[in-house]
Design a protein around this ligand. Structure first.
Ligand code: AMP
Length: 215
């Protein structure tokens, strides 16, 4: 299965991608995670991306597309993948279509996860992440047992720089202006499935399964 999860920041794409990959042999390819890794490694590319990401703007298309193309060509992607956070612009979507045509491995589906803007701000502003294992918590809806400490591995939780309210609003504007047009793009290609992204993690997972025709 080759799938794109499309949706605004905070829609739960990462969470749903992890659930889907846990049940099958497809891999989770997160553009944000790959970029954060490049920043943590201090590579030239990571240094370029760091301040852009902290502001909540998009890293240049060429940079992200290069990283994703390299990732999709690795052998573990042969059995399928879930793309999370890529593509985010029409240019990226067109490049992806070209790369996949070349690999003779087209996308199966694009799932658009739809959530109201007020809910997105609430979700993102309260989000806390484990530094060590990446587990996600929320100050209101999924607080850790011990304040600031990960229930899974005991390491410290942190708030992403770009999960502060001003930056969240900017990221949502960037989504509306640059990423939302992809809904029409993939609809025209006959690949789009829209799902309601409000509700519990399990409810949303169930809707995704139904949209993929195996629920
Ligand atoms: P995410 O973890 O998906 O919310 O991504 C975090 C940040 O990484 C975004 O706000 C952008 O700065 C950058 N980023 C992630 N994916 C892309 C992409 N496809 N194109 C450009 N920038 C991206």
């Amino acid at each position: 299965m080759r799938l794109v999860l499309l949706g605004p920041p905070g829609a739960g794409k990462g969470t749903q991608a992890r659930l889907l990959t846990a049940k099958s042999d497809v891999v989770h390819v997160s553009a944000g995670d790959l970029l954060r890794q490049a920043v943590a490694d201090g590579s030239e590319l990571g240094q370029k991306a760091k301040s852009i990401m902290a502001q909540g703007s998009l890293v240049p298309d060429g940079v992200v597309t290069g990283i994703i193309e390299e990732r999709l060509r690795r052998p573990d992607c042969v059995s399928g993948y879930i793309l999370d956070g890529f593509p985010r612009t029409l240019r990226q979507a067109e490049t992806l279509s070209d790369v996949l045509r070349h690999l003779q491995a087209p996308l199966d589906w694009v799932i658009s996860v739809e959530v109201s803007e007020d809910d997105l701000v609430r979700r993102l502003a309260g989000r806390r992440i484990c530094r060590a294992c990446g587990a996600m918590f929320h100050v209101d809806t999924k607080p850790p047992t011990q304040h600031g400490i990960c229930d899974s591995c005991g390491d410290q939780l942190f708030q992403r720089d770009d999960d502060k309210e001003d930056t969240i609003r900017h990221r949502l504007r960037v989504y509306r202006e640059q990423t939302e047009p992809l809904i029409a793009y993939y609809n025209t290609m006959g690949l789009l499935r829209r799902i309601n992204g409000q509700g519990t993690i399990e409810e949303i997972a169930q809707r995704i399964h139904q949209a993929l025709g195996d629920g």
